[in-house]
Ligand binder design. Structure first.
Ligand code: GLC
Length: 799
């Protein structure tokens, strides 16, 4: 942890004895004789914020990460004093603050220690840059596991690892390579069946050590800024993730088409090529909702321009594509070409919007267009300007969505790959250098983009994608995991990264399916699609120099498999949309690693591959060549094999058959999975009937289906349809209750229930307490029931 050179190193400094304590409503202040202040804020009974000042001075309180909509309020707060400590009680926690050392220990009200300082807060003065390196060390509890931290391409359980957060353009990264494109300084700890989270809200380069350097110590530190962290108590991991996600915010619902299948390449051009790709999707009957234009659509890589020789009439092309059900998404990078005849450059110069170096020169760097200057997106005026730049592109030309890339910012031909550290930033009125602003640069760019798109696609909903991100970026944009490689190892990485991002509050995530660099063979591509259709963001993207990567680029067998899985995604759209609704509304992660699903089961603590898609579908990708199946762990409970309908009892590893045309999929017993018919794109068909795949359970299970206009904002006025189902099965009967909410009127009148695993033969059916003729519900040998969408109670009685 020595961050300065030996010469400069003056050693760690520590708080000493507390000499003063006072309380101001929800804030408690502990001051030591050497000028350290601990400000502890009680946000909720289970969320505490710890902030430490040295020399009696706090920085102005400002955060890009914390959402404006965060709800706070606690039920109980009491402080007691003993000769040696202060004791702080909330309705869920007890915090002990040691008078001699300022160290804290947090326990639940039963006295179980949840988290405890080792050395606690300490710091080192930074003689080169000013300020401090701020440090915190905690005692690692017995058998403690660690999760979270964004896009780390390493085992899901971070125990024994050291990682750092410095947003980095990492082309063709490898397993365990660190840092990557995202900085999300949030981790989850789990021990003794109790889970908590720590969010270190500091935008400087941060580091985390999980019992790596010292076996019993977990520590985190930053190159500058304040020791400022949020402690979030569970005890369930699901509560921790939800609370963290609420703290840093969730996105509004995207348009449903954003959850369709998307096709991208670096690059599709000219126009005739784009049209040919689109045409082939429809001809081959492979569903697709969006086509991406990478940098080559621009004139000399200048943002907000079009290469007219390649795209003579973009407006016409985009509207023709739209008629066929395709949305067009275009790339915008942060680097603005230095070119006195280029209007974007001119405007930025006139208004002084570019970042400058310490001594006043513009910050310069090479990217695709050659030498560029870079807008300072941490300046609110620059963000407003940037948002307006999208006006013509969106409202005149008709582009549907925007993809922000290289926003780390990536700079070519320099060893640091980014802006020099002395580059100055406004940081929303808190001027600073790039050391502090680097990790949020991309976030502020995509925030500005989001504002512009939102304004200019109105009354439709915006959809944006970003590569770089800091904690909280999920409020504005979806994301992908950057420049991966077409290898089997990367398929494993993509799986872990997507789960980890979901646990880090960022659910709208996917990988470049098939791999960005190099070329997959058909088998790898098919296996990757099988995973990718279960990621919230589902896009094939690849760099052009390694051959084609469209669904039909391999052989017929692969094309058919790819079609089958993309079709499955389209069938599952109402399920996926409901997942997104719960993420957006409650902060529930869309993918859940098994440890999130069942933390009491120790078998789950080190699993990486299996995950729960939404609430009730268990997925386990196959990421080895030539596999006819794989071993996987089924969590506790009973699961139906999706392909065979066989009910399997979990809590153990199993061999599951999955030749190339299958991936292990299991459905939780009692689940009611909604499905739409296959469409070639979202909104192609008017839905005539919604299918509910009902999986019998001897017991109780609840399921939810959320629907609305699939775009626009009517849902905010109550025009949505929320169906909550309660399923209750017994040896010879099945009861399903429906509770409906919202005023949206769905296009279909009936629900078709496919009853799986019914242990009896149907004798009678009652709907809303009236017996019905079995013919009226069109019951046939397959246990399919057609029933009014407004039923409230379905009672199926067996023989
Ligand atoms: C970066 C992006 C990649 C894109 C390429 C060209 O490498 O990560 O997705 O295709 O730039 O724009």
């Amino acid at each position: 942890m020595i961050t300065n050179t030996e010469l400069e190193y003056k050693g760690n400094l520590y708080p000493n004895t507390i000499v003063e304590f006072h309380r101001d409503t929800d804030k408690l202040f502990f001051t030591t004789s050497n000028g350290v202040i601990l400000e502890m804020t009680i946000l909720r009974d289970s969320i505490l914020r710890f902030r430490y000042a040295t020399e009696n001075i706090f920085e102005p309180d400002f955060s890009y990460a914390i959402s404006e909509n965060v709800s706070v309020g606690f039920n109980h707060l009491k402080v007691e004093e003993t000769p040696t400590e202060y004791l702080v009680y909330t309705a869920k926690l007890k915090v002990l603050v040691d008078k001699k050392t300022l160290r804290t220990q947090i326990s639940d009200l039963d006295g179980n220690i949840i988290n405890e300082d080792e050395l606690g807060f300490h710091w080192e003065e930074n003689y080169e840059f000013g300020g401090n390196s701020v440090k915190m060390s905690k005692i690692t509890q017995n058998a403690e596991s660690f999760y979270g931290l964004g896009d780390k391409a390493t085992h899901s359980n971070l125990k024994g690892k050291r990682v750092s957060n410095w947003v980095t353009d990492q082309y063709a990264y490898g397993k365990d390579q660190d840092p990557l494109y995202k900085a999300i300084p949030f981790f989850i700890g789990l021990h003794n069946n109790k889970s908590y989270g720590i969010f270190f809200d500091n935008t400087f380069k941060t580091n985390f050590d999980f019992a790596h350097e010292r076996r019993n110590v977990t520590s985190f530190w930053a190159d500058g800024g304040e020791m400022n962290y949020y402690f979030i108590y569970g005890p369930q991991m699901s509560q921790v993730v939800k609370s963290y996600t609420n703290l840093t915010g969730t996105p509004e619902l995207p348009p449903m088409w954003a959850m369709g299948y998307h096709q991208s390449k670096w690059s599709y051009y000219p126009e005739s090529n784009v049209r040919a790709i689109a045409k082939n999707f429809r001809k081959m009957r492979i569903p697709c909702d969006a086509i991406y234009l990478d940098i080559d659509y621009m004139d000399g890589f200048k943002c907000f321009t079009w290469d007219k020789s390649r795209f003579p009439n973009p407006k016409k092309m985009i509207s023709d594509l739209e008629e066929k059900g395709f949305k067009t998404v275009v790339m915008i990078d942060p680097g603005i070409k230095i070119d006195k005849d280029y209007w974007v450059y001119q405007e930025a110069i006139e208004n002084d919007y570019f970042c400058k170096r310490a001594d006043g020169a513009f910050m310069k760097g090479k990217v695709w267009p050659g030498e560029c200057n870079f807008p300072d997106f941490t300046n609110p005026k620059v963000r407003e300007w940037w948002a307006e730049l999208y006006k013509e592109m969106m409202s005149e030309i008709g582009v549907h969505a925007v993809w922000n890339d290289m926003n780390e910012p990536a700079v070519m031909e320099v060893p640091t790959k980014t802006a020099p550290l002395d580059t100055r930033h406004d940081y929303d009125g808190h001027p600073c250098s790039h050391r502090k602003a680097h990790n949020v640069y991309g976030m502020q760019m995509v925030r500005a983009t989001y504002e512009g798109i939102k304004k200019y696609v109105y009354p439709k909903r915006p959809f944006v994608i970003t590569r770089a991100a800091f904690a909280g970026t999920q409020r504005f944009s979806s994301t992908w995991t950057g420049d991966n490689v077409a290898t089997w190892e990367h398929l494993w990485i993509a799986n872990v990264q997507a789960q980890r991002m979901c646990m880090s509050g960022y659910s709208f995530v996917g990988s470049d399916i098939g791999g960005f660099a190099e070329q997959p063979n058909g088998e790898l591509f098919a296996r990757w699609i099988q995973l990718g259709v279960f990621h919230p963001f589902c896009r094939v993207h690849s760099s052009g120099d390694h051959g084609d990567q469209e669904p039909w680029s391999f052989d017929d067998e692969v094309t058919n498999i790819v079609r089958k899985f993309i079709e499955l995604r389209y069938q599952l759209l109402p399920y996926l949309y409901t997942m997104f609704y719960r993420y957006s509304k409650e902060g529930v992660p869309m993918l859940k690693p098994l440890v999130h699903f069942d933390q009491e089961d120790h078998q789950t603590h080190f699993r990486t591959d299996e995950f729960i898609f939404g609430e009730q579908i268990l997925i386990c990708p196959v990421h080895e060549p030539n596999a006819q199946g794989r071993r996987m762990y089924l969590p506790r409970g009973t699961w139906y094999n999706y392909w065979t309908n066989e009910a399997v009892v979990g809590g153990m590893e199993k061999w599951v058959v999955a030749g190339l045309d299958k991936i292990p999929i299991f459905i939780k017993e009692g689940a009611m999975i909604p499905k739409y018919p296959v469409q070639q794109y979202v909104g192609e068909l008017e839905i005539k009937e919604m299918v509910l795949d009902v999986y019998f359970k001897n017991g109780v299970e609840t399921s939810t289906v959320y629907e609305d206009g699939q775009d626009g904002y009517d849902y905010k006025k109550g025009r949505y349809s929320l169906r909550n189902f309660n399923l209750k099965g017994k040896a010879n009967e099945l009861l399903i209750q429906q509770f409906k909410d919202g005023s949206f009127i769905t296009s279909y009148e009936t629900l078709k229930m496919n009853l799986h695993g019914l242990p009896f033969k149907i004798k009678k059916i009652q709907i809303d307490n009236e017996f019905v003729d079995l013919k009226d519900v069109k019951l046939n040998g397959n246990n399919n029931i057609h029933i009014s969408k407004d039923f409230t109670l379905l009672h199926i009685i067996g023989e």
